[in-house]
Write a protein that binds this ligand. Structure first.
Ligand code: ZN
Length: 564
């Protein structure tokens, strides 16, 4: 061995001991395996710029190798440093990938890359526990917080528990927001669920005896009276699978055909939405802000059932500062607590006064804002109209479609054009449509005929999107992991929003609803149909979805009706 610096450097490069390069290469090989088998597939599956990421991995890998063999010295310290640097660079590469892709909305929660060993351990333990308990996998807690015990696997109750869990788990796996068991045709029961606002029948012809046992299981978990098979009742339970716990609202009601059960997942999360996320266009958002600032008179919200009326109502309530003003709600079922807001729940089966009397007593206390979740009768409309409009802003939700029709419904219920016209200061109406899944939507060039039929300018619209449902993984088509093949993911509203001024009130007082329609058009704000088409042009939804929500309603055969 010579002591000249050149030779020393060469020795450093070659790392004289044979085991040293092997130890240095081991993390590199492990890293290369992980990148090529896990990360590359992950990037391809969610369209995360696979080539860009491969270039990043390649550069980081090269830097790690160079660092390993260029760190001079043959001592153990030098070797330790080299090993540390290699592990650091390679871990950094994986961390950078995980951190930037975990923030990408295309990657569903359960496909995010995690390094928390405790969650793995926990999942493993829970799996083992579930195996011991047969097939019961869920932890179910009553409203009081008591865990519902899993029956012995040889007991009669055990299959009921497993079947009841299956209903929940299958619905969750399908991304459903709620699941219902309700009587269908010929006394048999039907399980249906709602995904992105669209109801799908999942199981048909369940014998009544079996269905009732399933319903009773969930009812008893919710501590609801099993002998009460008629009155609408609800309670919140907690269902956990692995470490994730979720509030589930269990509701039941009965009719001549039999009992119904509904399970709404994460009820308060379902109505949590900022005003910017409702789907309003910029001018509509400005109009809505102008409406909320006025703080007087009645503002109508018209939408069909299952169109997120509670979400919009709660969003409006939250646009008013509950600390500087007195904000109240009157609801049939409280879906979420609103901070600082006094929420009253009306029980239609209760002994107390009528809804309209309840309404009157709330208005008499001169609140600044009252949100009425559902106007049940004409008497309530009359109470709202007779109120001193200068003192209180009332938001009232009606089952109606389109701004003018919502006004017409209200005027008819009031039974007096003059009375209704004086009260109204604003109206909004909307329909929910499904968003295209951004991971698998398919672009296409629309034909000139199609564009002219839709009233879209052929010169401007070169591309539209339709639903996909599949992605290519290593050149093989596979079900899209984000939307699970439906082609849609999430919902967005298409709104009409109009402030009603003195001119519009005069038209309503005069019973001139056609005149009102013309006056609203002149405001230059888009209609529901126009917003829906705009979202199609933007690639947020499809033309098929626009047609589905704007086409006149047909009575589709849907055997199961949601509870409440
Ligand atoms: Zn998809």
């Amino acid at each position: 061995m010579s002591n000249t610096p050149n030779v020393l450097a060469l020795e450093g490069l070659m790392l004289v001991s044979a085991w040293k390069p092997i130890v240095l290469l081991a993390p590199w090989v492990a890293w290369a395996w992980f990148v090529s088998t896990v990360l590359d597939k992950h990037a391809a599956r969610f369209h995360l710029g696979r080539n860009k990421w491969n270039m990043t991995h390649l550069s980081m890998g090269t830097v790690a190798l160079l660092a390993a063999f260029l760190i001079p010295g043959t001592s153990h310290v030098a070797f330790g440093i080299a090993l540390g640097v290699v592990v650091l660079i390679l871990s950094a590469d994986i961390m950078i990938y995980a951190m930037s892709t975990n923030n990408d909305e295309r990657v569903p929660e359960k496909f995010k890359i995690r390094f928390d060993a405790s969650t793995w351990k926990q999942a493993k333990e829970e799996k083992a526990l579930a195996k011991r308990a047969g097939k019961a996998e869920l932890q179910i807690q009553t409203p009081g917080g008591t865990t519902v015990a899993v029956p012995m696997s040889d007991s009669e109750e055990f299959p009921v528990r497993v079947a009841a869990e299956a209903i929940y788990m299958q619905a969750k796996a399908a991304r459903a927001s709620q699941v219902d068991i309700a009587p269908g045709r010929d006394k048999a029961y039907v399980v249906s669920w709602v995904v992105d606002g669209v109801r799908k029948v999942q199981r048909q012809s369940i014998p009544p005896a079996e269905a009732v046992r399933l319903i009773d299981f969930w009812k008893s978990a919710a501590e609801l009276d099993l002998s009460d098979r008629r009155r609408p009742r609800w309670a919140d339970i907690t269902v956990s699978r692995h470490e994730l716990g979720e509030t589930v609202r269990v509701s039941t009601a009965g009719g001549p055909a039999g009992m119904r059960l509904g399970m709404l997942f994460d009820p308060s999360g379902a109505v949590r939405r900022g005003v910017e996320d409702l789907g309003l266009t910029e001018p509509q958002l400005a109009e809505l802000r102008a409406i909320t600032e006025e703080r007087r008179g009645v503002v109508l919200l018209g939408a069909a059932a299952d169109n997120g009326r509670t979400t919009t109502l709660y969003t409006l309530a939250k646009m008013h500062d509950a600390y500087t003003s007195n904000v109240q709600t009157l609801e049939f079922e409280m879906q979420s607590g609103l901070e600082g807001v006094r929420q009253s729940v009306f029980d239609p089966q209760g002994e107390g006064p009528e809804f309209s009397t309840f309404m009157r007593s709330i208005l008499r206390r001169d609140p600044d804002v009252v949100v009425v979740a559902e106007v049940p009768d004409n008497a309530t409309v009359i109470e709202m109209c007779k109120n001193d409009h200068g003192r209180t802003r009332v938001y009232a939700s009606l089952k109606a479609e389109g701004a003018v029709r919502t006004v017409a419904t209200f005027v008819k219920a009031a039974g007096d054009n003059e009375l209704a016209g004086n009260a109204l200061y604003g109206v909004m109406s909307w329909k929910l449509m499904r968003r295209l899944c951004q991971n698998c939507k398919v672009p296409y060039q629309p034909s000139p005929e199609m564009l002219s039929k839709l009233g879209l300018p052929a010169a401007k619209v070169k591309q539209l999107f339709k639903k996909g449902g599949q992605v290519l993984i290593k050149n093989k088509p596979d079900t899209c992991p984000t939307c699970l093949g439906s082609g849609y993911f999430g919902q967005i509203g298409a709104f009409e929003v109009y402030r009603l001024g003195e001119d519009e009130r005069a038209l309503i007082r005069g019973g001139d609803l056609n005149g009102l329609r013309t006056a609203l058009r002149k405001k230059g704000l888009p209609t529901i149909q126009q917003v829906a088409l705009l979202r199609a042009v933007e690639g947020i939804t499809s033309v098929e979805e626009v047609t589905r929500i704007t086409a006149p309603k047909q009575n589709k055969s849907s055997p199961a009706v949601p509870v409440a």
